[in-house]
Design a protein around this ligand. Structure first.
Ligand SMILES: Nc1ncnc2c1ncn2[C@@H]1O[C@H](COP(=O)(O)OP(=O)(O)OP(=O)(O)O)[C@@H](O)[C@H]1O
Ligand SMILES: C[C@H](N)[C@H](N)CCCCCC(=O)O
Ligand SMILES: [Mg+2]
Length: 222
């Protein structure tokens, strides 16, 4: 196990994971890219081209081409990476997934696929990629009923691997009780609460920026 508190990553950035797939990792990543003036990388993508996260980030942020790094692996079936790779006769090799070299003043948002314990192959899970890139991890959690259990399980999985937690971002209608329970039982701060948007557009992402300002300031990216 790697003690990430003592080994600083070679770059500045955050790894965005979630308590599940479809929980809002790309939505939150777009808000973080915008608020932190960051670059974006989705190392492992599964699903058809029209559902890819990278073009969605471009649509929502208007980020320059040069600030988007190519996926290391992409598979057409909308499945867990280990299975999507197997369907096309491939195996994901963790040694082929390497942080892009970015400039000193650049900040990188890395988005996982699915949740923390999604398998990449018979040996490694998404958490092993988090350990490898060694960036502080943000957990995207739903705000509603059921989120306490999912979020605490995710926190436990990350802490037990020595990963540094930057905080939880709650996505959906504000729920003070759930926020307080996550902070108390998970001993991790909820760094932002993002509301449900009627439509997800570049304008709605800009509208979220004030909610991420304090978090951005804590990362010295304001
Ligand atoms: N706060 C929100 N308001 C409105 N729509 C949202 C919000 N958060 C997420 N969505 C929508 O919910 C869907 C799932 O969100 P998103 O694609 O961000 O999930 P994900 O966790 O990135 O999924 P994956 O595991 O496939 O990467 C998308 O259509 C997204 O636009
Ligand atoms: C296809 C989907 N949108 C993601 N790209 C992959 C989600 C994998 C989830 C695996 C699981 O936890 O069962
Ligand atoms: Mg996504």
């Amino acid at each position: 196990m790697q003690d990430s508190s003592s080994v600083k990553s070679s770059i500045n950035g955050l790894f965005v994971t979630g308590t599940d797939t479809e929980v809002g990792k790309t939505f939150v990543s777009a808000a973080l890219v915008k608020s932190l003036t960051a670059s974006y990388w989705k190392p492992v993508q599964t699903g058809p081209d029209q559902d890819h996260d990278t073009p969605e980030i471009q649509r929502l942020t208007g980020i320059a081409e040069r600030s988007i790094y190519p996926c290391s692996y992409s598979f057409p079936d909308p499945l867990s990476p280990h299975e999507a790779a197997r369907r096309v006769g491939q195996t994901i090799d963790l040694s082929n997934i390497n942080l892009p070299s970015i400039s000193e003043d650049e900040f990188l948002i890395v988005e996982g696929a699915g949740g923390a314990l999604v398998p990449l192959n018979d040996q490694f899970m998404m958490t092993d990629l988090m350990v490898k890139v060694n960036l502080p991890v943000v957990i995207v959690a739903r705000s509603g009923l059921g989120t306490i259990n999912h979020t605490l399980l995710t926190i436990e999985a990350l802490k037990s691997r020595g990963l540094t937690l930057a905080g939880v971002i709650m996505n959906g209608p504000e729920n003070r009780g759930n926020r307080e329970a996550i902070e108390e039982y998970g001993t991790v701060p909820v760094v932002a609460e993002l509301p449900r948007c009627e439509s997800v557009t570049a304008e709605s992402i800009v509208g979220l920026m004030p909610r991420l300002q304090r978090f951005s300031e804590s990362l010295n990216r304001n």
